[in-house]
Write a new protein. Structure first.
Length: 122
């Protein structure tokens, strides 16, 4: 009877210690994956920074899209807008028109910069 009770207590102790070891290992693996795994806490911060950058980029692209849509609507609405754009970007003139191009006045600051650049190139 003593052998059976000793054997039962040994089995119970072994089961308890095995359960504790398995629990500790599971806890250690969980903590390891939280702090150093592929989906770790440090990677979470990196992903948050990436997300902020992507959201800024999305806002910039949406703003650019709105400007392009506005220009598209303006160009498709009237012939004058297309003509003005062609004149501005391509320098187109109508038959019988005279094209005048005015030179921009150079300010004193720009003159100083021009002289400095010429002296540096010599």
């Amino acid at each position: 009877m003593k052998k059976n009770s000793l054997r039962n207590s040994t089995i119970k102790s072994l089961a308890l210690y095995s359960s504790l070891i398995i629990g500790f290992l599971l806890l250690a693996i969980t903590h390891l994956s939280i702090w150093a795994g592929e989906y770790s806490y440090s990677n979470l911060n990196i992903l948050k920074d990436d997300l902020k950058q992507k959201q800024k980029l999305i806002l910039e692209l949406e703003e650019k899209n709105m400007l392009l849509e506005e220009e598209k609507r303006r160009l498709s609405s009237s012939r004058n807008a297309i003509e003005g754009l062609a004149r501005q970007n391509l320098g187109l003139i109508k038959p019988g028109e005279t094209f005048y191009k005015f030179k921009k006045e150079i300010t004193s600051k720009e003159k100083i910069e021009l002289v400095k650049n010429q002296e540096n190139s010599e």
